[in-house]
Design a protein around this ligand. Structure first.
Ligand code: F6P
Length: 348
């Protein structure tokens, strides 16, 4: 049987263990492969930190948050000294792979992980990748696992924030993760019945924010919920690196300045990435993981397992690496949200 390695890289998210289990159990039980788990993303390959995983090691982890392997944001191709390539991190990775005698490596991660996975494929390793992230911004797949769980957590948080918004007649600003993409903000905002949703892909205008909130006030709704993505652009403070302010803080202050209404901010933070995966994420991670083992058995390397409609397919890593999947304004979802009076800050 073949020998395969698995690693999880980048930020953690719900469903990583479900994916590890899907890959590992299929590899061991269906194909008689040997499975090795690397610690802390690409660091485990660089530092030769790994252990063989038995079927028993993969039992009972489906519902666990985080990753049993650990993860890191290590980027092995950053600052590589090509004059001393033998001692570089990529060379160490290739050495570890050859030393164990691996036939393939499964890299589970987001955009950064896909870039590194593609480069390792170019070095001659056999790589299969799986897309995970709460940001849902990986090119070439309809969905990443982790996203559905994060939407659920953020939507629940917004539900609770409605209480204070209504009782105190305040403007409540909630900041949601997502890096440069607005997916998590858009979905959780719509699920939570947000009045205004601000995402990086749709630039907001101050006069629109003012007009919309005043309109609601005049309609007898002196409270509003505004969901802002962490990636929206706000004016930079000119002095000092420590002076960076959060988008939620900026928008809350702006609202009060524009309308005189009382505003408060909440930053959801890492709560959005923790805990047990939703049933949909468990299913997606299991399907993608099991499919990755199929790809290795068929020797279809240099690929990323992806969801397309309701099917799992393989996409060439070179098509995926270096691209971002962002929200586009022509999404049906945005049109329907506008139709029920949700404001995106661009027009009202
Ligand atoms: O990619 C997931 C994510 O949670 C993003 O939404 C966020 O911008 C980033 O990770 C935070 O990174 P870190 O875990 O390094 O703080």
């Amino acid at each position: 049987g073949k020998k395969i390695g698995i690693l999880t890289a980048g930020g953690d998210c719900p469903g990583l263990n479900a994916a590890i289990r899907g890959v590992g159990k299929t590899a061991i039980l269906e194909y008689g492969m040997e499975v090795y788990g690397f610690s802390s993303g690409y660091l485990g390959l660089i530092n030769k930190e790994y252990r063989q995983l038995s079927e028993r090691d993969l039992s009972g982890i489906l519902t666990l948050g985080g990753t049993i392997l650990g993860t890191s944001r290590e980027k092995p191709y950053k600052n590589v000294d090509y004059d001393d390539y033998i001692n570089s991190k990529p060379a160490q990775i290739v050495e570890t792979y050859r030393e164990i005698g691996l036939d393939a490596l499964v890299c589970i991660g987001g955009n950064g992980t896909m870039k590194t996975a593609h480069k390792l494929q170019m070095e001659g390793l056999n790589v299969v990748a799986l897309p995970k992230t709460i940001d849902n911004d990986v090119w070439g797949t309809d969905l990443t696992f982790g996203f559905d769980s994060a939407v659920q957590i953020a939507a629940e948080a917004i539900d609770r924030i409605h209480s204070t918004a209504n009782s105190h007649k305040r403007i409540m600003v909630v900041e949601v993760m997502g890096h440069h993409a607005g997916w998590l903000t858009l979905y959780s905002g719509i699920a939570g019945g947000a009045d205004m949703i601000l995402i990086p892909e749709i630039p907001y205008k101050e006069k629109v924010i003012k007009k919309y909130l005043e309109h609601r006030y005049n309609e007898g709704k002196p409270y509003s919920i505004i969901i802002v993505a962490e990636g929206i652009s706000i004016p930079r403070k000119s002095s000092g690196a420590s002076a960076t302010i959060r988008p939620a803080h900026y928008i809350a202050k702006l609202v009060t300045k524009l309308t005189g209404l009382e505003a408060r901010e909440t930053i959801l933070g890492y709560i959005q990435r923790g805990g047990s995966p939703s049933p949909m994420d468990r299913i997606l991670a299991t399907r993608l993981g099991s499919y990755a083992a199929d790809l290795i058995a068929r020797e279809e390397f240099g690929t990323m397992a992806a969801l397309e409609g309701d099917r799992i397919v393989a996409r060439p890593l070179e098509e995926v690496a270096g691209k971002l999947k962002l929200v586009t304004e022509d999404l049906d979802l945005i049109r329907h949200a506008r139709a029920i009076d949700t404001c995106f800050g661009d027009a009202y």
